[in-house]
Design a binder for this molecule. Structure first.
Ligand code: NAD
Length: 264
């Protein structure tokens, strides 16, 4: 095949449905010739993921719960058995109890703090170690984060703390794998209506606020996150590692509600 990803093979983790950021990324990579495998969480998602994957050819599908070391081992054993080596991995996974994505951060329970950190932060490190072992120079890893790591955003709470830790992980992982010629980056995506996002309190208000106040005066699309991922995972991004690329219609540079923006 031809394209920026011709001859490259990689694993996409976190596909739940056609609204998933993972799906926007998968489509952008496949359109440029990448050969893909997917992992999904639990049998219940299989019936959604199978037809999506099938529409991109015949990608390998693996079930994987990133809370489990055994499950991660089985996934990467499966990928290794199929391909031997990989060129990239996409980690588009996060989780927190939605009852704690509203109200005060101060009220976060210990149990949900640990779960949020485990699934949303540690899993990327656990994935990176296994994926790195299957990569050579030119390999690339990518995770997804949000501006709530940098600034206080309504209702984001423990996920903001988790994303801050995830962003720090990206920097340490970039150093660990950089000596092997492997790059590690994050995309900080603006709000997009997905299954995970629907758990966040007042998400429709947040979408509207970003639409009215971002420099581009609109929200970002799943396709645009896909295009940024293509840059970071292809040779176009060969000089970029440890980066957190904001794909948010510029919202992260705004310090105050625009004077011309309508009140909502
Ligand atoms: P999504 O619901 O489509 O994807 C989240 C995925 O995480 C699902 O596929 C789910 O199965 C998976 N997951 C959760 N727990 C798991 C576990 N234990 N094992 C394996 N997989 C597990 O939603 P999305 O918005 O596409 O989320 C993808 C990533 O993008 C997340 O890290 C999210 O925080 C991040 N993000 C989303 C937005 C947004 O507004 N949607 C903005 C910035 C960053």
């Amino acid at each position: 095949s031809t394209g920026l990803m011709a001859g490259k093979r990689g694993l996409i983790m976190g596909l739940a449905n056609d609204k998933s950021i993972a799906w926007g990324i998968a489509q952008a990579l496949a359109a440029q010739g990448a050969e893909l495998a997917f992992s999904y969480q639990g049998e219940a998602l299989k019936k959604r993921v199978e037809p999506l994957a099938a529409s991109l050819g015949k990608p390998q599908l693996f079930e994987c719960d990133v809370a489990s070391e055994e499950s991660l081992d089985a996934l990467f054993d499966g990928v290794k058995a199929e391909w031997g080596t990989i060129d990239f991995v996409v980690h588009a996974i996060g989780f927190s109890d939605k009852n704690e994505l509203r109200g005060r951060y101060a009220d976060t329970s210990r149990a949900n703090f640990l779960t949020s950190m485990d699934i949303s932060v540690y899993s990327f490190t656990a994935v990176a170690r296994r994926a790195g072992a299957l990569m050579g120079p030119g390999g690339a890893m990518l995770t997804l984060t949000y501006y709530g790591a940098e600034k206080v955003m309504p209702h984001y709470n423990v996920m903001g703390v988790a994303k801050a830790a995830l962003e720090a992980s990206v920097k340490y992982l970039a150093e660990d794998f950089g000596r092997d010629g492997i790059r590690v980056n994050a995309i900080s995506a603006g709000p997009i209506k997905t299954l995970a996002a629907s758990g966040i309190g007042d998400f429709r208000y947040i979408l509207k606020w970003n639409e009215l106040n971002s420099p581009l005066r609109r929200n970002v699309t799943q396709e645009e996150v896909g295009k940024a991922a293509l840059y970071l995972l292809s040779d176009l991004g060969s000089g970029t590692t440890g980066e957190n690329l904001h794909v948010d219609c510029g919202y992260h540079v705004v310090g105050m509600k625009a004077i011309d923006a309508p009140d909502i």
